[in-house]
Design a protein around this ligand. Structure first.
Ligand SMILES: Nc1ncnc2c1ncn2[C@@H]1O[C@H](COP(=O)(O)OP(=O)(O)O)[C@@H](O)[C@H]1O
Ligand SMILES: [Mg+2]
Length: 252
């Protein structure tokens, strides 16, 4: 299998705080890969290092075979254009319409004409079931619609790799299930590789192919495998228990 992301001996943190110490894992092409763990274990921090937003204390992250750490700033920027990200709480710009939000990366990173951009916006909105919502302001959308609009923006440049941090946080279970279906459809229809940070167990079991579970106590990966397998067969009782609370939110 082709490895889209390779993480080697990655040590990350803030100032004197080490959040994760020498972690190793990889993500394969067209995989929906989950990053799980209790609150504060470093899921968001890890995501920001995978996407080149922060630089690690040590170690390397390779995306499409190229280091996003050991490279020049302009090489990093070029690499960062090849994937889409929605960060936790990452919102749309409230002063712009939905269409203007989606147009932003297209205007910044491509030389597409206004007409072409209009067409792409239409396509992306259709993909996330928001046809006709382009002229609306983010404040006019429901929580679930806003998340989907964020997804449309992350997909504007047709990335073959997408990162989502807690996409269903704050959504009701039905809206959250719809978002899960959308994420799955993206992978099934386009072969997109998807890395998803989540603490919603329903999402974990319905969308991910493979997960890593981060553990604050060991500052590392407690388990790596399919969520079902880990729930039923992990040697680590904490991992089994963590994944057995179906329908409940993690409280760790
Ligand atoms: N900007 C920051 N500066 C300093 N510490 C941070 C910062 N962001 C997060 N942390 C700390 O890093 C740890 C991991 O946080 P985070 O990655 O947000 O966890 P998670 O996403 O798993 O809830 C926590 O102890 C948190 O307090
Ligand atoms: Mg987080």
């Amino acid at each position: 299998m082709e490895k889209v992301i390779k993480v080697q001996d990655l040590t990350i943190g803030y100032g004197t705080l080490t959040v994760l110490d020498k972690v190793n894992f990889h993500v394969e092409k067209s995989e929906i890969f989950g990053i799980l763990g209790g609150s504060g274990c470093g899921k968001s921090t890890l995501l920001k290092h995978l996407t080149g937003l922060y630089l690690p204390f040590e170690g390397d992250v390779q995306i499409f075979g190229q280091s996003i750490i050991n490279c020049e700033d302009d090489e990093r920027r070029t690499l960062m254009r090849k994937f889409g990200v929605t960060y936790q709480g990452g919102a749309l710009f409230g002063s712009m319409t939905v269409a203007e939000n989606i147009a932003l990366p297209l205007q910044e990173f491509t030389d597409k004409s206004a007409e072409e951009i209009k067409q792409i916006i239409k396509e992306k909105l259709a993909m996330v079931d928001l046809e006709g919502c382009g002229p609306m302001m983010p404040s006019e959308l429901s929580g679930g619609m806003r998340k989907r609009a964020g997804l449309a923006r992350a997909m504007a440049l047709n990335p073959s790799l997408l990162f989502f941090d807690e996409p269903s946080a704050g959504l009701d279970p039905i809206t959250s299930a719809e978002l899960d279906r959308l994420i799955k459809r993206l992978r099934d229809d386009l072969g997109t590789t998807i890395v998803i940070v989540t603490h919603e167990l329903d999402s974990v079991f319905s969308v991910t192919d493979r997960v890593i579970m981060l553990d604050k106590n060991i500052k590392g990966i407690a388990a790596d495998g399919s969520a079902q397998n880990l729930r039923d067969r992990s040697e680590n009782s904490w991992v089994r228990e963590f994944l057995s609370r179906a329908g409940m939110k993690f409280t760790n």
